[in-house]
Design a protein around this ligand. Structure first.
Ligand code: RTP
Ligand code: MG
Length: 156
C-alpha cells in the first residue's frame, strides 16, 4: 500500500464481441475511473480457447452459451493498472446481468452496452489471482518460465 492506503493493481479487462464497436466509449470509462491502459489487443478466441479461459465455469448451466458467445467474434483485451484496479474495473462493469445493471447501475458499462445475462459487453478479473492467470493467458510472459507450460492462448 502507498501512503494513502491504496494498492496499485493490474487486472484483465475484456470487451466482449457484442461491444467491440463501443471501444471508444469504453476506453473513456477506463480513464474516467482513474485507471490506465497498459496493454491492449484485438483478437478472436476459438471455442477451445474460450473454454480454457472460462474453465472455472465448466460445470455451470450457462457454460456452453458463454463459450459460444465469447468466441462468436472479435474481442478486445486490455491490461488495466491503477489503485485497486480489480474492484474498480468490476464496479465500472456493473452487475453481471445487463438487465439488472440497467435498474441498479444505469451508468455502468453493462447497463449501457450489454443485452442480458450472457451478452453483457465486458469482463473483469474477480481477484488478484484471477488477474494474474488471465493476464498471462492473453499477454504471456516471454522470460522467467516456459511459454509452452503456461500460455493457453497465442496469436495465430
Ligand atoms: P465475467 O467473469 O465475464 O467478468 O462476469 P462475472 O464475473 O460478472 O460473472 P460470472 O459469474 O463469472 O460469469 C461469467 C460470464 O458468464 C455469462 N453468464 N451467463 N445465467 C446466465 O445466463 C449467465 N450467467 C453468467 C456472462 O457472460 C458472465 O459475464
Ligand atoms: Mg467472473
Amino acid at each position: 500500500a502507498n501512503k494513502l492506503g491504496s494498492k496499485k493493481e493490474r487486472t484483465l479487462a475484456m470487451i466482449k464481441p457484442d461491444a467491440v464497436t463501443k471501444v471508444g466509449s469504453i476506453i473513456q470509462m477506463v480513464y474516467d475511473a482513474g485507471l490506465i491502459v497498459t496493454k491492449a489487443k484485438m483478437t478472436k478466441l476459438t471455442g477451445k480457447q474460450a473454454a480454457d479461459f472460462y474453465m472455472e465455469h465448466q460445470s455451470k448451466s450457462f457454460f456452453n452459451n458463454l463459450v459460444q458467445f465469447v468466441s462468436s467474434g472479435p474481442i478486445i483485451v486490455m491490461e488495466l493498472m491503477g489503485d485497486e484496479a480489480v474492484s474498480v474495473w468490476r464496479k465500472v462493469l456493473g452487475p453481471t446481468d445487463s438487465g439488472v445493471a440497467r435498474k441498479d447501475a444505469p451508468a455502468s458499462l453493462r447497463a449501457q452496452f450489454g443485452t442480458d445475462g450472457t451478452r453483457n459487453a465486458g469482463h473483469g478479473s474477480d481477484s488478484l489471482a484471477s488477474a494474474a492467470r488471465e493476464l498471462e493467458f492473453f499477454f504471456p510472459s516471454t522470460t522467467g518460465h516456459s511459454r509452452t507450460n503456461t500460455a493457453k492462448y497465442q496469436d495465430s
